[in-house]
Write a protein that binds this ligand. Structure first.
Ligand SMILES: [Ca+2]
Ligand SMILES: [Ca+2]
Length: 290
């Protein structure tokens, strides 16, 4: 009896499999976001290899990060260390600066000791912002390590993009152009991102109007609604380099020039240790579609 049913059962299973496959195929072919985009995020359309996801339209700002600190009393790694890395135009290199933190990315004031007023001016010329004053709320948060970034994103219900996810989004879901807007760095002579113009680190001609970090949305968005994927501040990704164990960062910063680091080109990347706090490195989050 059981043996007699087997062909029917087999047929049923095959039929169910075909139906399930058809449903799966239809689901896979669906376009558009699964729901309305969370505030401040845009939908990144997927393709055959990459599932779609929501991504923060801008780099995470000082104002965003301040909400997290207020809600959780979290202490960043730079605050634990008591110093962080700041690029000095004077010495043409990175310097450890006491009390440089997410709120005072150039130091030497610190949130705990001086509040928002700042303290002693630095003896060296530093970029950007006025040393000892808190950074503007609409600028990208910097001086945040990978631990800090993941703490913020966990609180916000988001994740850090992998390097492939970041690049897929920056390159407009599968194109292979060097910049979010196409192949030309400055189409029609227009600067569409915040970099360094001139021989780094000696002279910044500031043709893009920003000598240091720019407030987010200072430049036009890409077609998919993302701002500053090329330039302004580098952005952490969750992907580590197999050889060094360091994390891949993407997009370049206001310190990148054609004469030195060309990180503003989407094909480029750099590596950074997880505990790095630097005044040219920020991040943005994603939410993967369920
Ligand atoms: Ca600039
Ligand atoms: Ca950026």
């Amino acid at each position: 009896m059981i043996a007699a049913l087997r062909p029917q059962l087999l047929f049923s299973f095959i039929l169910l499999g075909v139906v399930a496959g058809a449903v799966w195929s239809c689901e896979g072919a669906e376009k558009g976001p699964p729901r309305a985009a969370p505030e401040g995020m845009v939908w990144i359309e997927g393709d055959d290899q990459q599932a779609g996801f929501f991504m923060d339209a801008t780099e995470t700002t000082i104002a965003d990060f301040a909400k997290f600190i207020t809600a959780t009393d979290y202490v960043t790694e730079a605050e634990d260390f008591g110093w962080s890395g700041v690029f000095s135009k004077d010495s043409l290199t990175w310097l450890p600066v006491d009390s440089a933190t997410w709120l005072f990315p150039l130091g030497p004031a610190s949130r705990q000791s001086t509040g928002l007023a700042g303290s002693q001016p630095a003896t060296r010329e530093l970029v950007p912002h006025s040393v000892g004053t808190s950074a503007p709320a609409a600028t990208p948060v910097t001086q945040v390590s990978l631990r800090d970034v993941n703490a913020y994103l966990s609180w916000a219900g988001k994740q850090l993009p992998t390097e492939p996810e970041w690049t897929f989004a920056a390159a407009q879901s599968g194109t292979t152009t060097d910049f979010p807007w196409g192949e030309e760095m400055t189409p029609d002579g227009k600067y569409l991102g915040n970099w360094w113009q001139g021989p780094f680190p000696y002279e910044d001609n500031v043709l893009d109007d920003f000598p240091g970090v720019a407030p987010v949305k200072s430049f036009p968005p890409a077609a998919n609604g993302l701002y500053d994927m090329s330039g302004n501040v580098w952005e952490w990704t969750a992907t580590t380099d197999a050889r060094t164990g360091q994390n891949i960062i993407k997009g370049g910063s206001f310190l990148c020039s054609t004469s030195y680091c060309t990180g503003f080109n989407l094909t480029q990347q750099q590596l950074t240790p997880a505990d790095s706090g630097l005044n040219h490195l920020g991040f943005r989050g994603i939410i993967r579609a369920k």
